[in-house]
Design a protein around this ligand. Structure first.
Ligand code: UGA
Length: 424
């Protein structure tokens, strides 16, 4: 099929590259000239395992094209995906400016039948608004994405489900055909339900994390182990074991923003999002809890503190709303001198942090430090040489519960983590 993708962020670029890999003719459109030039030159603007290779191969083989010209890009496209950002406004509502711009331009330039597919995460009834704008020009569909940064390519090709929200058999048929080779269960819904499925899914996952974090606090107070508790809880198939890892809390460009937007939508419809408010509060408190553990271990004033991890999660260079960045700012406010290391996210972190010493190597970052705080669970931290670490400091605050507390104590570390502090 001929496919146009508007917006080349994580979602647009991954969707475009993966659809091209499936054999479709894809044109990715973005207003940012530099980004398009780089993509044409084979440079992928995002670090996500497997994505640069897919972009490069499919571009070279002619299935994946890039342009800044929307009129050109949607010419002959049978499916037009809207994958633009929906950042939060001051009041937490989703800012739909980029969606509106895209729809305005589609309306102006579309001269043939197409299905306009809303993939950006938007509040319920946005697609209905799009439909009103494009009446008699196009069918509208909602096809939310469930791609995690760091595993987006893998998630695209191995989804748990595909959601197709439409209100015409023709649009439903075309999207069903598109995704058929993935051999995955498809939920066919109306437009509104598809939009709510996305927000409700992200909010539920955030709720699972906050629930584990809430329980972790009781575990610390009562000398239980949250790791074991959540293993026991998650083995119930009705609950599921994923997303029950307690730690410093969730960050990133999706959960915090989507929870806010979902809460705003509840309020707009006269409903109280109490549960979601609590999910957010618990998440915010987790950083302070990690900070408190650090203060109990080391006087922070003028102390050298090495923060390991800057990205909001491993396998990405994304630092947007990263708990690590917020934690560093709080540590600095307490007078700590920060030494930081991340395998991929340093360049992005530099844009958000001041007075921070950045290192290219974990062992350089811990040299002469008073304490280490693990803020992102990069696999390389798990295999760190603990003997070398101990030559520098024996104080580790583990905001991601990467190590076994008993083993760390046996090795002589003053080790504190989240909800597993049965040893002190
Ligand atoms: C999330 C969803 O998982 C995707 O399904 C969705 O498509 C995406 O948002 C989106 O809306 O675009 P993402 O934000 O990339 O994906 O990352 P996650 O893997 O969900 O992690 C989010 C945060 O939760 C990270 O900070 C992670 O460290 C934290 N987390 C995750 C925990 O603290 N504990 C856990 O058990 C799991």
């Amino acid at each position: 099929m001929k496919v146009a993708i508007i917006g080349t962020g994580y979602v647009g670029l991954t969707t475009g590259a993966c659809l091209a890999e499936m054999g479709h003719e894809v044109t990715c459109i973005d207003k940012i000239k530099e980004k398009i030039e780089n993509l044409k030159a084979g440079k992928c603007p995002i670090y996500d395992p497997g994505l640069p290779e897919l972009v490069e191969t499919n571009h070279r083989e002619g299935r994946l094209k890039f342009t800044t010209n929307l009129k050109e890009g949607i010419k002959e496209a049978q499916l037009i995906f809207i994958c633009v950002g929906t950042p939060p406004k001051e009041n937490g509502e989703a800012d739909l400016t980029y969606v509106e711009q895209a729809v305005k331009e589609i309306k102006e330039y579309l001269d043939h039948y197409a299905v306009v597919v809303q993939k950006s995460t938007v509040p319920v009834q946005t697609a209905q608004w799009i439909k009103q704008q494009l009446i008699e020009k196009a069918d509208v569909a909602v096809n939310p994405e469930f791609l995690r940064e760091g595993t987006s390519v893998q998630d695209f090709f191995n989804p748990d489900r595909i959601v197709i929200g439409t209100d015409t058999p023709r649009a439903n048929g075309m999207l069903t055909e598109l995704y058929k080779p993935l051999n995955t269960p498809i939920i066919h819904t109306d437009l509104n339900s598809a939009e709510i499925i996305k927000h409700a899914s992200n909010a539920f996952l955030a709720m699972k994390i906050s629930y584990a974090n809430l329980v972790s606090r009781l575990c610390d107070k009562s000398k239980a182990d949250v790791h074991t508790v959540m293993a026991g809880v998650g083995m119930d198939k009705r609950i599921g074991k994923e997303f029950l890892n307690a730690g410093i809390g969730y960050g990133g460009s999706c959960f915090p923003k989507d929870i806010e937007a979902f809460m705003a939508t509840f309020k707009q419809h006269g409903e109280h999002p109490g549960l979601l408010e609590e999910v957010k509060k618990i998440n915010e408190k987790q950083i302070d809890y990690v900070l408190q553990l650090a203060e109990q271990t080391q006087n922070l004033k003028n102390a050298k503190v090495t923060v390991l991890g800057l990205a909001f999660k491993p396998n990405t260079d994304d630092t947007r709303l990263s708990q690590a960045i917020t934690l560093i700012k709080k540590l600095q406010a307490k007078g700590a001198i920060i030494k930081a290391y991340d395998p991929k996210a340093t360049e992005n972190a530099k844009k958000e942090l001041t007075n921070t010493e950045f290192y290219d190597n974990v062992y350089e970052a811990i040299k002469g430090t008073d304490m280490i705080i693990i803020a992102t669970d990069w696999p390389e931290f798990k295999t760190i040489n603990l003997n070398k670490v101990k030559e520098q400091t024996n104080k580790i605050i583990d905001g991601r519960n990467m190590f076994d507390p008993k083993r760390m104590k046996a090795l002589g570390f003053e080790y504190k983590c989240v909800g597993r502090n049965t040893q002190f």
